[in-house]
Write a protein that binds this ligand. Sequence first.
Ligand code: FES
Length: 155
Amino acid sequence: MSAAVKAQVAAIIGELKGLPGAMLPILHAIQDAVGYVPSDVVPMIADQLNLSRAEVHGVISYYHHFRQHPAGKHVVQICRAEACQSRGSERLEVHAKAALGCDYHGTTTDKQFTLEAVYCLGQCASGPNIMIGDDLYARVSTDKFNRLVQARRDL
Ligand code: FES
C-alpha cells in the first residue's frame, strides 16, 4: 500500500471510527476510495476500533462485497435475484463464467474484467440484467453479453 493510499485510509478511519458499528462504513469507504480492501488496512482498523485483527479480517471475509484484491478494469455484475433468475440469469451466469474464464469474485487473467453477483438492480421486469461499471443493461442474452464485453475490452 503506497503512502498516499495509507494516508487516505487513515483519514477515512479517523472520520468514521466514532460511528456506531463503524467497521462496515469504514470498509465500504475504503473500497469506494481504493477499489478494494488491502490487507494492510486490517491492523489499522483493528488498532483504531480496539478489535483484534482476526475480527476485522473475519468481517472482510464474510461479506463477499469486499474485494481483497484489486478489481479488473471493468466490474461486471450479474443480477442473481429471483426475477432475473426466472428470466434466464442462471444460463447467463454460466455463460459469463465460461466467457470470462473466472468465477464470481474472480478477475480475468488480462485484468480487464471482474465478475460479481448482485441481488436486484431495480429493473426486474426487463431481466436478465447486468451492470458493467456504472452502466445498466437489460434483457441480456448470451450474444448481447459477448457484444457488451467485447465493446469494453481494452477501452
Ligand atoms: S431481480 Fe434482477 S433487477 Fe430485480
